[in-house]
Design a binder for this molecule. Sequence first.
Ligand SMILES: [Zn+2]
Length: 72
Amino acid sequence: MKEVKIEKCPYCGGEELIESNVSSMTGTVCVTKGIARYNAILFATVCRDCGSVVRLFCKTPENLYPKKERRA
Ligand SMILES: [Zn+2]
């Protein structure tokens, strides 16, 4: 997996970012939308200062469908 480094919030410039697992809410969404073969746990990076979700991502991109197999 490629490393993505977020140093500050693009919305408010805040530098305190929290990364947390949000799979209980969205873990199955990945599967039903045809993104992943099986559960790909979603994580969110949230700004501590303004509460914006700066990034929503899967930590296991190897579980995702290859581009050509992906069903829309
Ligand atoms: Zn912010």
